[in-house]
Write a protein that binds this ligand. Structure first.
Ligand SMILES: [Zn+2]
Length: 62
């Protein structure tokens, strides 16, 4: 089982090459947060539950 996320799946992030794979969903979230912070200047601490809910729909598992 692995969890993956491709930043380009997020609206208006089509040109971002960031893709992450982790064994657990918890680790993947850390990678997504780190990437958003470094690459996009985001503050994951500011993400609302709706933001996280939406991101979760973009996470693939299998
Ligand atoms: Zn990105």
């Amino acid at each position: 089982m692995a969890y993956s996320y491709a930043c380009k799946d997020y609206p208006e992030m089509e040109t971002c090459p960031g893709q992450f794979v982790a064994e657990t969903e918890g680790e993947l979230w850390k990678l997504i947060e780190l990437h958003a912070s470094i690459a996009h200047g985001e503050d994951p601490g500011e993400w609302s539950d709706d933001d996280r809910q939406y991101l979760k729909t973009l996470i693939k598992s299998g």
